[in-house]
Each structure stands twice: as C-alpha cells, then as structure tokens.
Design a protein around this ligand. Sequence first.
Ligand code: ZN
Length: 207
Amino acid sequence: MSLKSLKLFKFLAISVMFLSFFPTLSLAEKESNVLESQHFSFSIHSQNDVDLNQILRDFQVANLSDSYASGQSSDPKVILTEGMDEIVKNLTQILGLQISDFHTNIKIFDTQKDLDKELKGIFGVNEGEKAFFYNDEIGFFYHENNTIYLSLDNVTLGVLAHEVAHALISQYFVVPPPRQTQEILAGYAEFSLKKIANNSAGKYPLK
Ligand SMILES: [Zn+2]
C-alpha cells in the first residue's frame, strides 16, 4: 500500500464511519414522506414538517379510500395512500393510459404567495411580472423535475387531479402532445374524477 492509497483508505474508513451515523435518520425521514402502493408512489415535500392530517383534509381524497369509508382505519397515511392510489387508477382509466410504475414528487407550500415565489424563482420572473406559460397558477406540474407544485391555500381534489393528470401524460408520451391538448386532457380528467369522488362516500364535500 503506497502512502497515497493509505491516505485514500483512511479517508474511506472515516467516511464510512461518518455515514453510518446518518442512514437511519435520513431513511426514516424519507419513508414518512413517501406514499407507496403497489404500482404508484408519491414523494411529498413540504415547507415545514409534512402534516399528513392537514394534507388529507386539503387534498379531499378521503372519499376515495375504502379504509376510511368502512371505518377500518383512521391513519392519515393509509387513507391518503388509498385515496391517491384511486386517483391514479381512475385517471389512467379516464385518459386510457397504460402506466404501471408511476412516480411523481409533490411540493406543497403553505400559501399561494409562497407558491408564486417558488414558480417565479424557477422561471426567472421578477415580482409583478407574468410568465407567458403560467399565470398565478394554483397548481403547476413541471415536467423537467417531475414535480407537482401546490399550496395548502388553494389545493382541492380537482386541482390535485388536474396536476396528477399532467404528470401521467408527461410520463406516458415520449413526444408530449401540444400544450393546449394537454390542458384539455387534464381538464377532462379533473372533471371526470370529481364526479366519481362526489358519488362516493360523500363525507367530505368537494370544493
Ligand atoms: Zn393544466
């Protein structure tokens, strides 16, 4: 072993020792923010700690969860996962897409103002200016980083379904359809999904 490789060995040994303190922490944190079912997964990121109860209320997905409807579970993670699963299943049927391994990120901001600031930061638009492709959106899907942007102020089941539809369309089409066509598809998917949710358990009136 040369001096150089001894130094490298020492560096690696220290790195391994250092890293071994952290994996459990980061994995545990990651795990609590990921909703996973058999075919789909969502990573949820929030400005503060992810509050699944609040997200469940604001997403209005409880109507779609069997565990909630039957009173089998009151665990927000279970209800949220089942609700999101139903959203994806229904949207793929409504849009006629064959997707079995879907993943997208969801970034949730406390207020619409925070959301605007983030989107304007991404697209390099100054305060007061408007970007040509978005206009104070209450939800936004950015295909470059496969992320849905929402605010707790304004998210509803309809907004969520609309953005998940955009994410599905983005994942399904190798060559994306024209922007207007995508909007028509996402609008149709949102409308159809709200109808399905309104006809289910009905304990959470939909906005
Ligand atoms: Zn849209």
